[in-house]
Design a protein around this ligand. Structure first.
Ligand code: SAH
Length: 275
């Protein structure tokens, strides 16, 4: 019997078929079989599949059925693809499917994708990090049927007052509000919800505050596929006072550029590449 082909877990990106990586697209172009997450992945991403490629939707399959499908097709084809929404490392049930493939001796590779968190920032022209505002981002969710491990409630994570990208929680906005309030966020803290970020013609951006975001989403009819973002950086495009990045500061010397102006204040130690 020939050795099985490789199963590639490919991040399809957030929805716009052009936001798949070049590598992901090249794999689709030579795939013998593709299993895509139909309820979430834009089917258009499979349009580069070659003639004769077997394409199936996993939306009605259990994890066992998905693994069995991938193992079966890896016996017949060199390249088999599991096409996942955004990036496979985030809420993607990746490991549950990789384990049975490992057990069956089927080689596995992963190709990263553009997460919906990043597509949501792009849609709204927001930055998740700003100097002297926040330098950290947390990817999280609130508790639905999947319980949250100890220490990861929004009431606890929110205490950092950094950027929070809250997945899988659009129907649980009351829990988001309660958690952030418990963490000390003010009622007028800005919030952003992006529905179907990057999907051509379907993206909806809702801006509001901690107090009114639920009402605004209800009014906009948003009940699924939405990223909820709480961050002290939201709306910074309109700010008059903005602490600028050290990397582009004229008084700051780094590996690629000498300072052209004297430093106004004591500088931080030089960082190798990033601001
Ligand atoms: N791996 C994916 C996340 C899968 S979990 C990623 O990296 O994006 C599914 C959740 O992701 C949804 O409940 C929603 O919160 C978010 N999501 C997926 N696609 C989205 C999109 N195009 N716009 C906004 N949120 C999206």
């Amino acid at each position: 019997m020939r050795a099985p082909g490789t199963v590639w877990f490919v991040g399809a990106g957030p929805g716009d078929p052009e936001l798949i990586t070049v590598k992901g697209r090249a794999l689709i172009e030579r795939a013998g079989a593709i299993l895509f997450a139909g309820s979430l992945v834009n089917e258009a991403a499979t349009r580069w599949a070659p003639p004769g490629c077997t394409i199936a939707d996993s939306k009605d399959m259990t994890l066992e059925q998905m693994a069995a499908w991938l193992i079966l097709h890896a016996q017949k084809h060199e390249t088999v693809i599991r096409l996942q929404t955004g990036d496979p490392a985030l809420y993607g049930a990746l490991i549950e499917v990789v384990q049975p493939l490992d057990a069956a001796g089927v080689p596995v590779r992963v190709v990263p994708g553009v997460s919906s968190a990043m597509a949501s920032a792009a849609a709204a022209v927001e930055s998740f990090t700003l100097p002297e505002v926040t330098q950290s981002v947390i990817f999280t969710r609130v508790e639905g049927r999947t319980p949250m491990p100890p220490g990861e409630s929004l009431a606890e994570l929110g205490r950092h007052h950094c950027t929070l990208c809250i997945f899988l929680s659009i129907t649980l906005l009351h829990k988001v509000q309660a958690g952030l309030r418990e963490a000390g966020w003010a009622d007028d803290a800005p919030m952003l919800v992006v529905h179907k970020a990057s999907w051509p013609g379907e993206e909806v951006i809702v801006r509001g505050t901690l107090a009114d975001i639920r009402e605004r989403c209800r009014a906009a009819g948003i009940v699924s596929q939405a990223m909820v973002i709480a961050s002290p950086t939201l709306g910074s495009r309109q700010w008059q006072e903005l602490a600028k990045s050290k990397l582009y500061d004229a008084s700051f010397t780094h590996r690629f550029r000498r300072a052209s102006q004297p430093a106004a204040a004591p500088q931080e130690p030089h960082e190798p590449t990033a601001p």
